[in-house]
Design a protein around this ligand. Structure first.
Ligand code: 5GP
Ligand code: MG
Ligand code: MG
Length: 183
């Protein structure tokens, strides 16, 4: 499937599952070398990470643990949104953490996730993201160590990433193509 349409938006095939798997294999090797004797905890941020986490973990060949969290955003009493990390469910103090993210866009959610984990007295935090949009980043991070693909300012779906809840099940990644006014 090269093209898909959801509502009135057109998407075209961008990164196919074969490319994704190849990249993840290399990321798994990098992580396995670095964390050989550290028994890291992979903390996946739901929902978007679920496919990436499943494939990544099959390529990590060192002892480790896997956990998932969810970032809930709710309107606080002030105007700004407050984000809370839900579902940690285990003692992370003293542990080497690898946050697993589907995509880093502005970096807002990642900043909240890191801040919340830092309060739990973890030993270290590294970030492993399948996709990152460097041109959209609004924060500085010194721990985004593993990035699958750097992409431009485009909206992508598939492989866990949704549009209005749809498309998470697609094995490949698609990008939105703008309708051309002049065509
Ligand atoms: P950030 O907080 O870095 O701006 O955005 C992170 C979240 O926004 C991601 O976890 C994801 O849910 C959503 N997001 C950002 N860019 C995209 C995109 O291109 N496609 C989809 N489907 N979601 C995106
Ligand atoms: Mg995410
Ligand atoms: Mg989404």
């Amino acid at each position: 499937m090269k093209h898909i349409q959801i509502d009135n938006l057109d998407f075209e095939l961008f990164i196919d599952y074969e490319q994704i798997k190849k990249r993840i294999r290399l990321m798994g090797i990098d992580i396995s070398v670095k964390y050989a004797d550290k028994n890291p905890v992979f903390v996946g941020v739901l929902n978007g990470c679920f496919m990436f986490m499943a494939d990544l973990m099959k390529q990590v060949h060192v002892p480790c643990e896997v956990s998932f969290v969810k970032l809930s955003s709710y309107q606080g009493t002030q105007q700004d949104h407050i984000k809370e990390l839900l579902g940690v469910g285990m003692d992370l103090s003293g542990r080497e953490i690898i946050i697993v993210e589907d995509i880093i866009d502005s970096g807002n959610s990642l900043q909240h996730t890191i801040a919340a984990l830092e309060k739990l007295n973890v030993a270290s935090i590294a970030v492993c993201a399948l996709l990152m949009k460097p041109d959209c980043l609004q924060h500085e991070f010194d721990n985004i160590t593993y990035v699958g693909f750097e992409i431009d300012r485009e909206f992508v779906v598939g492989y866990g990433l949704d549009y209005n809840g749809q498309c998470r099940n697609l094995p490949d990644i698609y990008k939105n193509v703008a309708h051309s006014e002049t065509a």
